[in-house]
Write a protein that binds this ligand. Structure first.
Ligand code: FAD
Ligand code: NAP
Length: 580
């Protein structure tokens, strides 16, 4: 039942499904595929006009992945791995979207997805033990299971700057970019923000615009991507070893493979550090953080990599005042590290200007510009690269009501509370994929998605096998998990700065470190243990002797041996703090 063309369709009312999935990004797509494998009836609702989620919405110039494409892709089908060929080390958004469409076609996903339809409400009917799901198109359906595949970075943050409605030109958000593209040729453009979306788009916007003004609140750490075309020879060799690469990736704290040096930076001599940083810089990208083992745990160690990266910025940017402004003061890699192509070089162009809004914020928009510290910067178009209400933003937009009228938004008012980032007490049969409290955005997300889906499908298959009606996280186990997630976050320097990881990119949100930073394999082991023990921490109702180990259909491939040599210090530390 596809409405991909966005045309009118009759509202669907009264239909019951085994499962409703909200979202058709990579998470919703894989969930649908696996649920079908169980023989479940499934309806997927997607707000967008097509599959791909992030890659459907984020069409801004320069958008591409920053985990290498050979790893930033599904691993569940070896045939898929073999038949698809990535063109670049970090492939561009159109290609990733084409991949999502290919997956949808190959696994015939579209027939169970309804597009252009936003889920507005989900209410648990305690008597019927079903979820009632409502959409903005008038649909009212029921399902035994409701699975939120709504994405961690899917709710754009659009600050309401004073005078925003006075501005006469267009304002674009990177996360909701027009499908037809935007031509900035000859225009004066203002870009607000210097996170990953901004640093990818700024060099390209600068190549078109007659003048570009970048409004920077916090300087960004960025490492060159050194992106390159993948040759047929490279692809052939890489594909010959694909299963081994995928297995190695699963054992890594980040869920993707790259060389990781466990040696502490502080044990190396300055010369050795310089040499290793240069080598890691030459490899580029996120793996730069793997140069030493203690970089995100010891401030003094972090200072060494920060000094190195500051020297790199100053080596590129010719104007000393601009270079100084571009040098971050916070911990290196504290916010999500950026990966760029020609970002700092852009500031050497005569028509590109950097405006500091860290101490004096943007005052207001006018009809033709942006005012900072009493000075108006004239612009014809504005690009809001201001990020997302991360992790919980898309949950907040749905009225999710569990047992006894409990609202999820109320329960999460002081920060999200989940058991394993999979479920939340009071909300039986409601699951989330890469929810807060799971590694999610701290891992390569497609791996994180696949692990969650495989676990969930084994769980739901088990429930059907034993005739269980509901499953619900136990409050005390959830509390212990939330406590553990908080404790572990304190071992990392990442918890020290303001970022979307902690919700403070948006005023008024509670400061809570939302993803689980204990390392992907440690987390996976915990999930596996919960399953093997017969769903420890969950209450299953509706059948006798149901808390027994399930038949494992898909989780098996996540039973990777924990290789301590490649576990990050965070993971090691995670085991020292009281673990539930
Ligand atoms: P999404 O892709 O966000 O999909 C969620 C879907 O749910 C969306 O299509 C949305 O429309 C839909 N939805 C939400 N609410 C509702 C509702 N109420 N009703 C109906 N539909 C709804 N991660 C990496 O690991 N590596 C990368 O290189 C990387 N690059 C990124 C680049 C950008 C620009 C961004 C923004 C994120 C990037 N990420 C990256 C993170 C990325 O979000 C994930 O990798 C992944 O695509 C998430 O898939 P998902 O299906 O969980 O969520
Ligand atoms: P982001 O990292 O949150 O960056 C938003 C930027 O906007 C920040 O510089 C922020 O400043 C600024 N900002 C927000 N509100 C502002 C205000 N009121 N005034 C001035 N500046 C303001 O968002 P993003 O760049 O969209 O990236 C989000 C995440 O998506 C990334 O961290 C990454 O995980 C993913 N992503 C990945 C890629 C990739 O390379 N593959 C590309 C894009 C996105 P502060 O820092 O001061 O808050």
């Amino acid at each position: 039942m596809t409405t991909e063309a966005g045309g009118m369709r009759a509202a669907e009312t009264g239909t019951h499904f085994d499962a409703v999935v909200v979202g058709a990004g990579f998470a919703g797509m894989y969930m649908l595929h696996r649920l079908r494998g169980l023989g479940f009836t499934v309806r997927v609702f997607e707000a967008g006009g097509g599959v791909g989620g992030t890659w459907y919405w984020n069409r801004y110039p320069g958008a591409r992945c920053d985990v290498e494409s050979m790893q930033y892709s599904f691993s569940f089908s070896e045939e898929l791995d073999q038949e698809w060929s990535w063109s670049e080390k970090y492939s561009p958004q159109p290609e990733i979207l084409a991949y999502a469409n290919h997956v949808a076609d190959r696994f015939e996903l579209r027939r169970d997805i309804v597009f252009d339809t936003r889920v507005t409400g989900a209410t648990f009917d305690e008597k019927a033990k079903r979820w009632q799901i409502e959409t903005d198109r008038g649909d009212k359906v029921t399902a035994q299971f409701c699975i939120m595949a709504v994405g961690c970075l899917s709710s754009p943050n659009r600050p309401r700057f004073e005078g925003i409605d006075d501005f006469k030109g267009p304002i674009y958000h990177t996360g909701e970019w027009p499908h037809e593209g935007v031509d900035f040729t000859g225009l004066r453009v203002g870009v607000i923000g210097t996170g990953s979306s901004a640093i990818q788009s700024i060099p390209i916007i600068a190549s078109q615009a007659s003048a570009l003004t970048v409004f920077q609140r916090t300087a960004t750490w960025s490492v060159p991507a050194w992106n390159e075309t993948l040759t047929p020879e490279y692809l052939k060799a890489a594909k010959a070893n694909y299963p081994a690469l995928r297995a190695k990736a699963r054992a890594r704290p980040t869920g993707f493979y790259f060389p990781f040096n466990m040696k502490p930076a502080l044990e190396a001599s300055p010369e050795e550090r310089q040499k290793l940083y240069e080598e890691a810089w030459e490899r580029g990208g996120l793996p730069f953080l793997g140069a030493f083992g203690d970089l995100l745990f010891e401030k003094a160690a972090n200072d060494t990599i920060a000094d190195f990266a500051r020297r790199k910025i100053k080596g590129v940017v010719k104007d000393p005042a601009t270079a100084e402004l571009l040098c971050p003061e916070n911990v290196f890699g504290c916010k999500r590290l950026c990966v760029d192509t020609g970002y700092f070089e852009t500031y050497n162009l005569p028509h590109v200007k950097l405006v500091d809004v860290s101490k004096k914020p943007i005052e207001r928009f006018t009809a033709g510009g942006i005012v900072v510290d009493g000075q108006e910067y004239p612009v014809d178009s504005i690009v809001s690269a201001t990020g997302f209400a991360a992790m919980t933003g898309s949950f907040d937009k749905i009225a999710i009501i569990g047992r006894n009228g409990l609202k999820l938004s109320e329960k999460w008012r002081a920060g999200p509370r989940t058991y394993l980032g999979l479920a939340s007490a009071g909300f039986p049969n409601l699951f989330m994929i890469t929810g807060p409290g799971s590694p999610s955005v701290l891992a390569s997300m497609i791996q994180a998605i696949e692990q969650h889906v495989d676990w969930l499908v084994d769980c739901l298959g088990h429930m059907r096998d034993v005739g269980a009606a509901t499953i619900e996280a136990r409050l005390e186990d959830e509390d212990a998990w939330v406590e553990h997630v908080n404790e572990v976050s304190k071992v990392s320097l990442r918890s020290t700065c303001s970022s979307w990881y902690v919700g403070t990119n948006i005023p008024g949100r509670p400061r809570v470190f939302m993803p689980y930073i204990g390392g992907f394999p440690v987390y996976v082991q915990k999930c596996n243990e919960v399953m093997s023990s017969g769903f420890d921490g969950f209450v299953l109702e509706g059948a006798a002797a149901i808390n027994k180990p399930p038949e494992v259909r898909y989780t098996e491939r996540w039973r990777v041996p924990l290789d301590i040599e490649v576990i990050s210090p965070a993971a090691v530390a995670a085991r020292r703090v009281p673990v539930v």
